[in-house]
Design a protein around this ligand. Structure first.
Ligand SMILES: [Zn+2]
Length: 403
């Protein structure tokens, strides 16, 4: 399988923050606009700005499989600019206030007003302007974290003047790059998950695979599953359908990086659809039987709660998969390698392992291609257990006396 990183690296370099996903939307619309994709994928934006990429290449009776990832990442939005070069920004997402002290942040200055969706370059044109956190106010009640920042001396006054309320800020980390098989970026959570979905669609298109797949890319997961909840509550996807959430999730001792994609049996809040989880596991086992090099993990990833919980709570047949994530939400792990870029004593690039990434692309492509065989009940399992009982166990039970 080719390992072209262009889309993964490109997408993970795009500025994003909760509620401010417009650049990600623009990037993906541009991606979907190439001639070979345009004829195979229909792009829709729903009532709340979630993106739906519809690949329909199977008969209408073949059920639709929804793959879902989110387009935001914990980040800053400028609140108010002062005359003295200081300004305040709201931070949304799960990062400990103790990580902010002295950290470097950068704010996105676009070259021109964002145009949607035509004429948009694949990567947004603009530059990052660096600033430093001077003080931070912890979140309280419904108020998010608020940071006071100061521009660094290299910022030109005419550039700073063009930064206004709503401008996106992210930790001052370099663009994505690889260190051996480790991929490091400002954002892996969850643009790497969204990239998995794009790579799966490309493989379905290349292979002319007969499947009906919807890649749902949601907004504002980091602040309480906003886009996913809207999709579930307003039935922006078919009621009760199968949804597989694609996430990055904090690596755990029992689910380390580089041991393959994780079939996530549950998160901090829920355990997911037993039948859909089992179907994914069986497909993964089938690939591993054919290819010794294919590894996968099946684990509870209870480091956080993900969109699949929102879908499960509203009656969807929801399962989840994930990539084990290093430096979760940019909070530097104690054992983060020295080569991984940092933006302060406690802030570092997020990492994923490329073997996990391409393993997950392979697994979900296989799940999508074979999804017509999925039955959302335990009938097939029950039949297998019944056969085993009747052929092997029943007569033995009956032929042995208890004493
Ligand atoms: Zn996430």
């Amino acid at each position: 399988m080719s390992e072209d990183l262009t889309i993964l690296a490109g997408l993970c370099d795009v500025p994003t923050a909760p509620y401010a996903e417009a650049y990600v939307v623009a990037y993906i619309r541009h991606w979907a606009g190439s001639p070979e994709r345009k004829s195979a994928i229909e792009v829709r934006t729903d009532a709340v700005g979630n993106l739906h990429l519809l690949y329909r290449a199977a008969a209408d009776h073949v059920p639709e499989l929804v793959l879902e990832a989110h387009m935001d990442h914990p980040g800053f939005l400028v609140e108010a600019c002062g005359a003295d070069g200081e300004f305040t920004a709201i931070f949304r997402g799960g990062v400990k206030p103790s990580c902010f002290a002295g950290a470097k942040v950068q704010f996105w200055l676009p070259d021109a007003a964002l145009k949607l969706p035509h004429d948009q370059p694949l990567l947004p044109a603009g530059r990052w302007l660096p600033a430093r956190v001077a003080a931070v106010e912890a979140a309280s009640g419904t108020s998010p974290i608020r940071a006071k920042l100061a521009w660094l001396p290299e910022c030109l006054p005419e550039q700073v003047r063009r930064i206004g309320p709503g401008s996106i800020g992210m930790w001052a980390l370099p663009d994505s790059h690889c260190l051996d098989r480790m991929f490091a970026a400002r954002v892996c959570d969850d643009l790497a998950g969204a990239a998995v979905g794009l790579y799966v669609l490309d493989r379905l298109i290349d292979g002319k695979v007969a499947a009906n797949v919807r890649l749902l890319l949601t907004r504002a997961e980091e602040v309480g599953f906003a886009g996913a909840l809207a999709a579930a509550v307003r039935e922006l996807i078919p009621a009760g359908c199968a949804v597989i959430g694609i996430e990055t999730s904090r690596a755990m001792p029992h689910a380390p990086q580089g041991r393959g994609p994780v079939i996530r049996v549950g998160d901090k809040t829920m355990t997911f659809s037993p039948s859909l989880t089992r179907f994914i596991s069986m497909r993964a086992g089938g690939i591993a039987d054919q290819d010794n090099a294919f590894a996968f993990q099946r684990q509870l990833m209870d480091g956080g709660t993900c969109d699949s919980t929102a879908f499960a709570a509203f009656g969807y047949d929801a399962a989840a998969v994930c990539l084990a994530l290093g430096n979760y939400h940019n909070m530097a792990d104690a054992d983060s390698p020295a080569a991984i870029p940092t933006a302060g004593a406690h802030i570092a690039a997020e990492t994923i392992h490329l073997d996990d990434f391409f393993g997950l692309v392979r697994l979900l492509t296989d799940v999508a291609a074979n999804f017509s065989a999925y039955a959302p009940d335990h009938g097939a399992l029950r039949q297998r257990l019944l056969t085993m009982y009747e052929r092997e166990q029943k007569c033995r039970l009956e032929s042995f006396d208890l004493l």
